[in-house]
Design a protein around this ligand. Structure first.
Ligand code: BES
Ligand code: MN
Ligand code: ZN
Length: 481
């Protein structure tokens, strides 16, 4: 995408702002004829200005103009998202953003979230239709304003973050037969190469040597080989390390504890945690924080098969913990357990954050707006919370409650992989906690937010949302151990 600046002039596909008092924010010598007409439109009683809104007008001179109302609340990312969702015609690949004269106007400080929202809101998944009528990708963004470094940087930052998030969405949206564990591995490898990150992956033989019986126990019902993807961003030998772990289940049928057929296709999204971690690494590679960041993305399918793990089977994780599998559909915690224990032993991180579409219980508890958060460390918790606020990836903390520990105590092994039927998000989190030892750890359950979110204008209402991609990158940029 090309970012350019030209002097204010009449252009097609024009974006113009107005405030909560219906005042248009225009440069000084803007043609009176046009401003009079737009002002007349805003004068209509059906145009409400207190809340954010986007009005799409046609005008023979400018073809299309979007009058964007800031409203009183002024969440610029949401506003950008609302606008982005309206930019559906194929010819909206060139946008012109008209800014008010005074560079002191508060809008100048909000261009980055506004554009991020616009780039995110405009996202459409390409899919596999042989005839499509999707909007062309955005090729030019023109500021009709004097060129400043701040504006150019805001636009390029917004683009970097939105592009990585949109790529994470693409991965999440691919069907299970196009996004197999080996495809996710290839995507990790390609992204690492592009961003200058170190890439490696453990194959099944290497995982066996490491004793990753939980991850392999999930993988053994699949024809597809499993991998543990490792991406490393290195700031320096003395810098502390942040470890990110993302669930990369490319399809979750439930295994022998098979899921019901209705809606099972949604489980192609079960690698969205891994995609978010990968997207965050792409942003990190560009923005270069002062801390080391390691990403682990365990990837496999969960399938029923003659060789598949059966309910009652006992698996041994790479740290020696034994786990009774009482439900093969609680597979996410199994693959994360090995990844967490391995990552902590090998990379000695000062903090670890895992992300997973882990439990239906999280969706029941929190719905589709907040991701569930659990954390064993107050300082890390504050930082995740701040990153969530800054990026607009909403999270809500659930209790880190040791009283649930006995629910996952095994009968013939150390642990079992499910608790009782209630409080399922918490017991899943408490299970993961057994594999992080004393390391500050945060767990993000994105089961309700990873796809089809209605109430966030910069998230798509259908398909993968790329949630927490930007949150994780922001956390890495600002993280203090
Ligand atoms: N991937 C699912 C969780 C999920 C469910 C994500 C719905 C998004 C929407 C996970 O592997 C799973 O199947 N969890 C089980 C755990 C249960 C068997 C303890 C669940 O939540 O039903
Ligand atoms: Mn499952
Ligand atoms: Zn799953």
């Amino acid at each position: 995408m090309k970012i350019q600046f030209v002097a204010p002039q009449v252009q097609k596909n024009l974006i113009v702002f107005f405030d909560e008092k219906k005042r248009l924010l225009l440069p000084k010598d803007w043609p009176q004829e046009l401003s009079r007409q737009w002002q007349a439109f805003l004068g209509l009683p059906e145009v409400k200005a207190e809340s954010s809104s986007v009005h799409n007008l046609f005008h023979p001179l400018v073809e299309r103009v979007f009058l964007v109302g800031l409203g009183k609340k002024r969440d610029f990312r949401e506003l950008g998202g609302m606008l982005g969702k309206k930019l559906v015609q194929p010819d909206f690949s060139n946008l012109h953003l008209l800014l008010p004269e005074a560079p002191s106007h508060p809008i100048y400080n909000e261009i980055e979230p506004f554009l991020e929202g616009l780039f995110l809101g405009r996202y459409r998944y390409q899919g596999f239709k042989t005839k499509d009528n999707l909007p062309d990708p955005l090729s030019n963004l023109t500021f009709l304003a004097p060129k400043t470094k701040a504006l150019a940087e805001a636009a390029s930052l917004a683009w970097t973050k939105a592009l990585a998030t949109n790529q994470a969405r693409d991965l999440g949206n691919l069907p299970g037969n196009k996004m197999r564990p080996k495809d996710l591995m290839a995507a990790c490898k390609a992204a690492a190469k592009q961003g200058g990150l170190t890439f490696s992956a453990l194959n099944e033989t290497q995982m066996e040597k490491e004793g990753m019986g939980c991850l392999l126990g999930v993988a053994q019902g699949s024809e597809e080989p499993a991998f543990l993807n490792i991406l490393e961003y290195k700031a320096g030998p003395k810098a502390p390390t942040l470890l990110l772990v993302g669930k990369g289940l490319t399809f979750d049928s439930g295994g022998i504890s098979l899921k019901p057929g209705l809606g099972m296709q949604e489980m192609k999204h079960d690698m969205c945690g891994g995609a978010a971690v990968l997207g965050a690494m792409q942003i990190i590679a560009q923005l270069r924080p002062k801390v080391n960041v390691v990403a682990l993305i365990p990837t496999t399918e969960n399938m029923p098969d003659g060789k598949a793990t059966k309910p009652g089977d006992v698996l041994t994780a790479c740290n020696g913990t034994t786990v009774e599998v009482l439900n093969t559909d609680a597979e996410g915690r199994l693959i994360l357990a090995d990844a967490l224990a391995y990552g902590i032993k090998r990379f000695k991180p000062s903090a670890v954050v895992d992300v997973a579409t882990l439990t239906g219980a999280c969706v029941v508890a929190l719905g589709h707006y907040h991701s569930g958060l659990m954390c064993n460390d107050e300082k890390l918790y504050q930082q995740v919370e701040q990153a969530a606020k800054r990026t607009g990836d909403p999270v809500w903390r659930m209790p880190h409650a040791e009283v649930y520990d006995k629910e996952i105590e095994g009968t013939l092994s150390d642990l079992k992989n499910i608790g009782s039927k209630d409080g399922g998000m918490i017991t899943a989190g408490m299970f993961l906690k057994r594999f992080v030892g004393e390391v500050p750890w945060a767990h993000l359950d994105i089961a309700g937010t990873a796809w089809s979110v209605e109430r966030i204008p910069y998230y798509p209402t259908q398909g993968a949302t790329g949630t927490v991609t930007r949150l994780l990158a922001d956390l890495a940029m600002n993280w203090k151990k």
